[in-house]
Design a binder for this molecule. Structure first.
Ligand SMILES: Nc1ncnc2c1ncn2[C@@H]1O[C@H](COP(=O)(O)OP(=O)(O)OP(=O)(O)O)[C@@H](O)[C@H]1O
Length: 262
């Protein structure tokens, strides 16, 4: 178990956009014990004056600290369950810290593979919904519509089909295309590129470069280390909720690959 995490040093020459300070995230899972569901066991608890069924805590992020600067594209890597998605959600403000905090200069936007689009509606209706949800007005949405369709580059005709007929890759492309139609102060991308094909990955990479220039910072969680290495200027390796290493993509990925035997 590694308790020592890298020391955070402020780079005065750059403009910080996200500061994560001693962040702890704890999930509480209620009813994790046995006999949780039955009415009889609930009645017995009342009779015995016992409290709630057993509550289990999952300490997913354990004292993580780092500073992201404007123009950073940070890849987050680590084995399954190491806390990558939890960290992104916390930066997006979707999970309350148990301790520590996250400070961002600007609005973070989380683009997950499961981002909330309406699966029963067509791709084109979802583009309009997605743009409005991101705060664009109808006129701006109309202006960006063609560009989004072109970027998503779905099979002909599919833009008018309901999204529940899309493959996971097609859905991810459309979600990414919608999110990329606007500049974001802090853009958080969870595995969206993992399901795309090589051509889409190339275009996404170019788009992320563009977003980095216009926006503040981009965070990218992916299991595909090639995508991370090609797209990011910095990589954070999470191990059991702690930062194991934070640095340039080549060295962090090399150490991670050696340690995990991948
Ligand atoms: N909603 C939840 N309730 C309880 N525990 C959770 C919840 N979401 C995640 N966890 C736990 O938190 C820990 C970190 O999960 P997280 O999804 O952040 O990992 P990850 O690194 O993104 O994993 P993966 O690579 O599999 O996507 C895991 O132990 C997981 O079981």
């Amino acid at each position: 178990m590694i308790d020592q995490q890298p020391e955070v040093v402020l780079d005065d020459s750059r403009d910080p956009i996200v500061v994560v300070d001693g962040l702890h995230i704890v999930y509480r899972v209620y009813g994790a014990g046995g006999n949780k569901g039955s009415a009889a066991s609930a009645l017995m608890r009342v009779v015995r004056r016992e409290g709630r069924p057993q509550m289990k805590e999952v300490h997913a992020v354990r004292g993580v600290s780092f500073i992201a600067y404007r123009g950073d594209a940070i890849g987050i890597i680590g084995t399954n369950g190491s806390g990558k998605s939890t960290l992104l959600k916390a930066i997006a403000g979707l999970l309350p810290p148990a301790r520590g905090g996250v400070y961002t200069d600007g609005q973070p936007s989380l683009l997950g593979v499961n981002a909330a689009l309406m699966k029963d509606l067509s791709g084109s209706r979802n583009i309009v919904l997605g743009c409005l949800a991101m705060g664009l007005d109808m006129e701006e949405t109309k202006k960006r519509y063609d560009q989004i369709v072109k970027f998503a580059d779905l099979k002909p005709g599919f833009i008018d089909y309901p999204m529940n007929t899309y493959s996971s890759g097609m859905g991810a492309r459309l979600r990414f295309a919608i999110a990329a139609a606007r500049t974001h102060d802090v853009m958080l991308i969870d595995e969206a590129l993992a399901t795309g094909d090589a051509k889409f990955k190339r275009r996404s990479k170019a788009k992320i470069e563009e977003l980095r220039k216009d926006a503040g910072a981009v965070f990218l969680v992916a299991h595909n280390l090639d995508v991370i290495e090609e797209t990011c200027n910095r990589v954070i390796w999470l191990d059991d909720g702690r930062i194991r290493m934070d640095g340039d993509p080549q060295s962090v990925i090399k150490s991670y690959t050696e340690a995990s035997g991948k």
